[in-house]
Write a protein that binds this ligand. Sequence first.
Ligand code: ZN
Length: 202
Amino acid sequence: MFLEQNRKDPRPAKGCIEVIAGCMFSGKTEELIRRLKRAKIARLRVEIFKPSLEQRYDENNIVSHDSNAILSTPVPSSPNILLLSHQADVIGIDEAQFFDDQLPYVCETLAAQGTRVIIAGLDMDYLGKPFGPMPHLLAIADYITKVHAICMHCGDLATHSFRHAVDDSLILLGEKDSYIPLCRACYARQHAEIPIRKEQAD
Ligand code: ZN
C-alpha cells in the first residue's frame, strides 16, 4: 500500500506526481479516492478532475465500481485543470488515459508550484497498447503504483482489459458486459482465438 510522507516540515510543500495505473476493475479509482480522502482528513485543499467525456454514472462525481464516490469537476481538456486548480494543495485526476497530450505538462506545472498531483488511469487499451498520455505520465512520475484485477479465467493477477464487444471505438465505456480483466497468458490465449483485428495488423 502507498504510504504518504508525514510532513512536519514547516517549509513550503514540494510538489510531486503520483500515478496509479492498471487494467479495468483493478481498483485504480478506489485507490485515488482513498488518498484524496486522507488528504481531506489532513485538512488539505483537494480538487478532483476528470475528462468530461467520461460520464458513465454521474456527471459531477468520480464514481468507482463500488460506489465509493467523491465529488469531481468534469473538464473538456487538460489546460482547464490549471485554470481551475488555484489554492489546491492536492489535485486528483481520474481516467487520465482519456485526456489530451498536454496533461503531462499540466501535471509538471502543478508539481512545480508545490501541488501534490495524484493521477489514476488505464495503462493499456483493450489491444494491450499504451493508452493516451499514460506512458508519458508514468515516465515523469515521482511515485508509481500498479494495481491488478483478478483474471476472470484463471484467478491469477490480471493486467489486461479484454473486450468482447463488437464496437471498435477506444472510448467505448462499457461495464462488465463489454470487458473482462485477464492475466497476460489468458489474454494472449483469447486474442489467438479471435481473428486478427485491423488495428493489430498495422
Ligand atoms: Zn488468467
